[in-house]
Design a protein around this ligand. Structure first.
Ligand SMILES: CC(=O)SCCNC(=O)CCNC(=O)[C@H](O)C(C)(C)COP(=O)(O)OP(=O)(O)OC[C@H]1O[C@@H](n2cnc3c(N)ncnc32)[C@H](O)[C@@H]1OP(=O)(O)O
Ligand SMILES: CC(C)C(=O)C(=O)O
Length: 496
């Protein structure tokens, strides 16, 4: 298996997106999440561009321990000096310098010629090597640069001391076979010494992931990617897509250091901080990526997930797949949901309920659990338990006590209990009112993003009368979330 190094540029290329700018505190939060995710290199910013970006690179360098911290520059001495200064505290540091090598860039941006650009490239790499041992060179718009000239540039910058050479498809123009052939051409025509090639692909024609994979197959050993694919214009290569493609195809012989179970949490964090929603059908991290909504698929998945799932959602940090009930669902999905709601139903009755379900589903986009209970005459709204109040006394050196008031079908009940911790006390108080034998089989508390003001998600499985019921709640108060999840599960059987 060959190691592919993951260079994350969410904080540089991703942050170039209008509206996605982050302050230093937010960037540190993302950098720490990237470190936990296991990226090898974090491109932290473009220090010469503003005092704020300079400061962010300084602070990220202090905050992050393991990954290499990289700063971007133009092939300009001042940029390189400022980048070196910003990287002062980085434990492992890299300067990423470069210049446009395609004819449109040389002619229109620089009003120059190929020989002059080659000289500027070499000069920039040599200058950067005065400050750091690890220098990456980017040949901007390499995707549209003629291969023979590109190979000369790559050879010259490696001879000048570049450790990594980045071959960006800056405009997202290449086809995967063309981009792969470019990488292969460079591997075949350049004495790489100890340097490696990197991919950096853009999404203008929706081919960034395919181009990156093609680059890897043809010899690139570093990939430049961003979380959720954020980046200039249509975006960059999404980290989650390439990493999961490599993981899903071990026979291809590549691996990364990414802890894939952290992918979803990192994706949510970046989406929230950048105010950049994720499209529901986005591969790996979109809301629908593991949601099955048509009857044939739902039936297959309920029989065996392998029928329609190539990735276990837990592998990317998503609790489980979901079955969404719509007018395209069949009896298998409906029956499964009824069972989860604690309702046993015979085939003949199922047919009748299914017809009513279809009529409703044609009117509504998705059919909820409440809708289903109504269809089978168990309108949960009549019987549902609601919390009137919850008061908990807890701490160190005190006895944990909870008092709860419940509204059950319009009647009010109160109880108090002590327990082993505030959650235990609160759930005991609920049980003092409900008085049924209920066993908690699974209890999972998760933070949605980070920070002490975070919302906690609670998933609970409870067993009653030989059946298992699921409850879910989210609340900034984790005791309240736990009690709400417990009651959510209980509501699924007390209604019968
Ligand atoms: C493909 C990419 O994504 S590259 C990264 C893109 N990111 C950014 O541009 C964000 C940071 N940029 C900035 O803050 C500013 O553009 C700065 C500080 C770099 C430069 O600002 P200014 O000096 O005002 O220049 P301005 O942005 O107007 O023009 C860019 C200049 O850099 C030159 N330039 C562009 N790329 C390079 C390069 N790789 N190497 C050397 N010079 C370059 C251009 O030719 C132009 O020079 P000119 O003014 O002599 O024509
Ligand atoms: C600076 C370089 C690597 C870049 O972002 C690009 O070419 O797209």
């Amino acid at each position: 298996m060959e190691r592919i190094y993951v260079f994350d540029t969410t904080l540089r290329d991703g942050e170039q997106v209008p509206g996605c700018q982050l302050n230093t505190i937010e960037k540190i939060e993302v950098a720490r999440a990237l470190e936990e995710l296991g990226v090898d290199i974090i491109e932290a910013g473009f220090p010469v561009s503003s005092p704020g970006d300079f400061n962010s690179v300084v602070e990220i360098s202090k905050a992050v321990t393991w990954p290499v911290i990289c700063a971007l520059t133009r092939a300009v001495e001042k940029d390189i000096e400022v980048a070196a200064e910003a990287l002062k505290y980085a434990k492992r540091k890299r300067i990423h310098t470069g210049i446009g090598t395609s004819d449109p860039h040389i002619k229109y941006k620089f009003n120059s010629n190929r020989e002059e650009i080659l000289e500027r490239a070499v000069k920039a790499v040599k200058y950067a090597r005065n400050f750091v041992d690890d220098v990456e060179f980017y040949a901007e718009d390499a995707g549209r640069t003629e291969n023979e000239y590109l190979a000369r540039v790559v050879q010259a910058v490696i001879d000048a001391g570049a450790t990594v050479v980045n071959i960006p498809d800056t405009t997202g123009y290449c086809f995967p076979d063309e981009y792969g052939a470019k990488i292969k051409y460079l591997i075949d025509h350049v004495d790489m010494k100890n340097a490696i090639l990197s991919t950096h692909c853009h999404q203008d024609l929706g081919m960034a992931t395919a181009n990156t994979i093609s680059g890897i197959i043809n010899g690139a050993r570093q990939i430049e990617v961003t979380i959720n694919g954020v980046g200039e214009r249509a975006g960059n290569t999404p980290l989650e897509e390439v990493v999961m493609a490599l993981k899903s195809h071990p026979e291809r012989g590549f691996y990364t250091n990414i802890n894939t179970q952290k992918i979803y949490a990192t994706s949510r964090l970046v989406s929230n901080l950048m105010n950049m929603p994720i499209q529901p059908n986005k591969a790996i991290v979109g809301r629908n990526a593991f949601a099955h909504s048509s009857g044939i698929h739902q039936d297959g998945v309920l029989k065996n997930v392998e029928t329609y799932e190539i990735i276990n959602p837990q592998d990317v940090g998503i609790d489980s797949n979901s079955i969404v009930l719509t007018a395209r669902s069949g009896r298998a999905a409906l029956k499964n949901r009824l069972t989860m709601l604690g309702i046993k139903i015979e085939t003949e009755e199922l047919d009748k309920v299914y017809q009513k379900f279809l009529e409703l589903a044609d009117k509504k986009k998705t059919v909820t659990d409440d809708d289903i209970l109504m269809l089978v005459g168990k309108d949960s709204r009549l019987h549902r338990i609601k919390i009137d109040y919850l008061q908990v006394l807890c701490g160190i050196g005190v006895r944990d006590v909870a008092s709860i008031g419940l509204n059950i079908a319009g009647e009010h009940f109160e109880a108090t209990a002590t327990g082993n911790g505030p959650v235990d006390a609160a759930i005991r108080a609920v049980k003092n009112i409900i008085r049924r034998k209920i066993t908690i089989k699974e209890f999972l508390i998760q933070a949605i993003s980070r920070g002490s003001d975070d919302t906690g998600k609670v998933h609970m499985q409870v067993e009653h009368d030989g059946m298992v019921y699921y409850g879910f709640a989210a609340n900034t108060d984790i005791v309240a979330a736990s009690v709400e999840a417990f009651i959510d599960a209980v509501n699924k059987f007390v209604i019968q």
